[in-house]
Design a binder for this molecule. Structure first.
Ligand code: ACM
Length: 763
């Protein structure tokens, strides 16, 4: 194995440990040093004091195998600053002053786990350190914990019993939309293993470029791995044409088979399985640039789905997968399966003939025919098929494993049918989403998934029996890279959110505690930055959460920061807080209206941009609402009452607060009795990427009998449809009206797709 990439990223980590970045310095003899291990071990018992390795300490390994040599190198790197030299290594020693890695036959801990072979026990006593495990992987993870424990004073006395909660802990990277080179992949593998992630899902093919050399189909990389425009969005919105690699300004690349072998072998030394994904039948536009005969039209730049009626498709797929299997020893091969358009299949003579011949009722079943056939091929080659949850449509292949990215329902259904499942939902595990207020962040695909949301994810989908729950193999976070143009930006999106992922995948559910994680997270950010990882530095914004209390008729507002420690000051009158504004310590109770503005202060200085939230315990809360227009399916937010529940939608329409409509909203609110009303307002979102636009205007009407409505007024939009960043407008009408029924009408005049709103506030 090449040594070129060995431990690239952690060379200076040792120094940082010794600077006390992760673990604090200079405790008194009776104090324990607070540790910052991520992911948190299942059981950690600490005592006061440390073991301080010295020049006489012996590193005792189970054997002279290279795998242990690697662990020895790792330990030496981190201990060098306190020992001053390399530790002597032996396979046997009677010395007490030792760091021993011991392989045993039986599990050294009683931790409940899906993956005992990854477990370990770590004992730090005054005399020395022992890590015990049944496998090299277990010892490897013990060493990862140990290196995170080193402080300038030595290694704190402790006993750790540890094993992962889930056997599958994955990170996905899309290298099609943008390409990142081999050295960068190696760097990411180092950090994945540091955080005990064990599966790298390599999304190697997609419509924006084919990234793996296939000997039998050389045109995939000579015709479809480079494009004339580096900027994905410009290219996608433009001609979407590919060019050859020697075209001036050609952007792209691919991995040679030697590159792949090197990455796979390197990953194995870090106990990471590389899971290759070869997309089919959809997301395959680039294939048809090189081999147009595999699409229904037979022409390049026309289709995104393989022609399933054409036998040549199966020859291609099997020959490509044969080369892929020779390169990747993984138990699973991921075949994509997501978001096939399926349109061309409906009229394609070959597809129609296939459907007739095979008795397939519709195009879903046609897709299922392909997935089942590919599964048969993989099984015959002793591999298992994994695919995105669309592979459930039209009938799931008998032994397929489902990677759930849409709703939990798909996971529950698959697990109930006895299929294994990996949880990777867009709601929590999509790292291409914004991690802070979009207006302060580089462009992302949309959404809002701050690190706290990733941390809050519970992969064990509800409504499963204990037996069914065994099918949940684990969890994965995905980084799609449409808006991730370079490697620095990949790091910015992955870190620190994969630290939260690591803890979700590894640590016991009962111990998951954001307030415990937060200080450790902050320490790791400092360490990552000093190690040349461009981690998102955590936001100075504040999370403002509301609890609407309809019994006491108030709203309880809580503030939280990612930063730790954080001195939070706030106002309730909409003004910017100053260094003398009240310090936030307890929840703020709002009985009517409040315009809360809060910020973090450091040394008397306001940091970042203040966060604000309008909070109204208004008169519409809980009133009956009827809709004359249809909600856009899937965007019913918090149910029928979401527009009148007191809760405000945040930065994403996926947060369960925003109500989505196709083009127009027409709703009637029953105030229950004749009521004097003097203000009605409603807030709408614009996010043009997924087709969400401001309404042309919002009109309010009033009625006493619910039949005859009188207009109160109309407010026009001030937001141009050309604005393509996330934008909000509140439409407010003031007046003096009396009635029982209020009608709210809003429509997207250009019929561009969707309008989203929350909340309607009535005073
Ligand atoms: C996906 O996000 N299309 C799997």
């Amino acid at each position: 194995m090449t040594q070129k990439f060995k431990h690239t990223c952690i060379a200076s980590f040792a120094a940082l440990c010794c600077m006390g970045v992760l673990n604090s310095c200079s405790p008194t003899a009776s104090e324990t040093i607070p540790l910052s291990i991520i992911p948190a071990p299942a059981v950690l018992e600490q005592q006061a004091g440390t073991f301080k390795p010295n020049a006489e300490t012996v590193l005792v390994m189970p054997s002279a195998e290279q795998a242990y040599g690697l662990l020895g190198e790792m330990l030496n790197l981190h201990l060098q600053p306190i020992v001053g030299k390399q530790l002597q290594t032996a396979t046997e020693s009677s010395s007490n002053n030792a760091i021993r890695l011991v392989l045993t036959d039986s599990m050294p801990t009683t931790i409940e786990t899906d993956s005992p072979k990854e477990g370990y026990k770590l004992d730090v006593t005054k005399q020395g350190i022992t890590i015990t495990a049944t496998t090299q992987a277990g010892l490897f993870y013990g060493v990862q914990s140990l290196v995170q424990m080193i402080s300038p004073e030595g290694v704190p006395l402790a006993t750790i019993q540890d094993a992962p909660r889930f056997a599958y802990r994955g990170m996905h990277l899309d290298v099609s939309r943008n390409f990142y080179d081999k050295a960068f992949i190696i760097k990411m593998l180092d950090w994945m293993s540091f955080y005990k992630l064990n599966t790298f899902h390599w999304h190697l093919t997609d419509g924006a470029g084919w990234r793996i050399d296939i000997k039998k189909y050389p045109r995939l990389t000579s015709e479809a791995a480079f494009r004339g425009e580096a900027d994905w969005k410009k290219w996608w919105d433009g001609d979407r044409k590919f060019v050859s690699s020697n075209t001036p300004n050609a952007y792209g690349g691919f991995y040679t088979q030697e590159d792949i072998k090197e990455v796979v072998a390197y990953a194995a030394t870090k106990h990471i399985t590389v899971l290759p994904e070869i997309e089919m039948p959809g997301h395959s536009e680039e294939v048809f640039v090189a081999y147009p005969e595999l699409s229904c039209s037979g022409k390049p730049y026309k289709n995104s789905d393989f022609c399933i009626g054409n036998e040549a498709t199966f020859t291609f797929v099997e020959e490509v997968l044969t080369e892929v299997m020779a390169l990747f020893p993984s138990e699973y091969i991921h075949i994509g399966g997501d978001e096939a358009g399926k349109t061309a299949w409906k009229t394609c003579p070959k597809c129609k003939q296939r459907m007739r011949k095979e008795g397939l009722a519709n195009v879903d079943e046609l897709q299922s025919y392909m997935i089942k056939r590919v599964e048969k091929f993989l099984l015959a080659n002793n591999r298992k098929l994994m695919g995105w949850d669309e592979i459930t449509e039209g009938g799931l292949a008998p032994e397929a494993t489902v990677m759930c990215w849409r709703s939990e329902d798909h996971a529950i259904k698959a697990a109930k049918q006895g299929h294994d499942v990996v949880m990777s939902p867009g709601s929590h595990m999509y790292l291409d989403f914004y991690q802070a207020d979009p207006k302060n962040e580089p462009a992302a695909i949309g959404g809002y998934t701050p690190v706290k949301r990733v941390y809050s994810y519970e992969p064990m989908a509800g409504a499963l029996t204990a037996e069914e729950a065994k099918h949940i193999l684990g969890v994965q976070a995905n980084l799609w890279t449409e808006y991730v143009p370079n490697e620095d930006h990949v790091e910015y999106m992955l870190f620190p959110r994969i630290l939260a992922l690591a803890e979700v995948g590894w640590s016991p559910k009962a111990d998951r505690d954001w307030n415990n994680f937060k200080p450790r997270l902050n320490n790791h950010i400092t360490m990552l930055h000093a190690n040349d990882v461009n981690a998102f530095p955590l936001s100075y914004e504040l999370e403002v959460t509301m609890k609407v209390d309809t019994i006491n008729k108030n709203i309880v507002v809580e503030l939280d920061a990612e930063r730790f420690p954080a001195e939070i000051r706030f106002t309730t009158d909409g003004t910017t807080p100053t260094a003398t504004s009240p310090i936030y310590s307890d929840a703020i109770i709002v009985k009517d209206s409040s315009n809360i503005v809060a910020a973090i202060f450091e040394d008397g200085k306001l940091m970042g941009t203040p966060s604000s939230k309008r909070v109204d315990y208004h008169r519409g809360i809980g009133k009956k609402i009827t809709y004359n227009s249809k909600l856009y399916s899937g965007y019913m937010a918090g149910g029928e009452q979401a527009l009148l529940d007191g809760y405000r939608g945040g930065f994403t329409y996926l947060d369960g607060r925003w109500q989505g409509y196709t083009n127009s909203l027409d709703a009637v609110i029953d105030m229950g009795e004749e009521t004097e009303i003097h203000q009605v307002s409603s807030r709408f979102m614009q996010l043009t990427g997924p087709g969400v636009y401001q309404p042309g205007s919002v009109e309010i009407l009033i009625s006493s009998d619910g039949k005859t409505f009188t207009p109160c007024g109309i407010v026009a939009t001030e937001v141009s449809p050309a604005i393509d960043v996330l934008t909000f407008q509140t439409y407010t009408l003031n007046g003096a009206w009396k009635g029982r029924y209020l009608q709210v009408k809003a429509s997207e005049v250009n019929k561009r797709k969707f309008i989203f709103l929350d909340e309607i506030v009535i005073w």
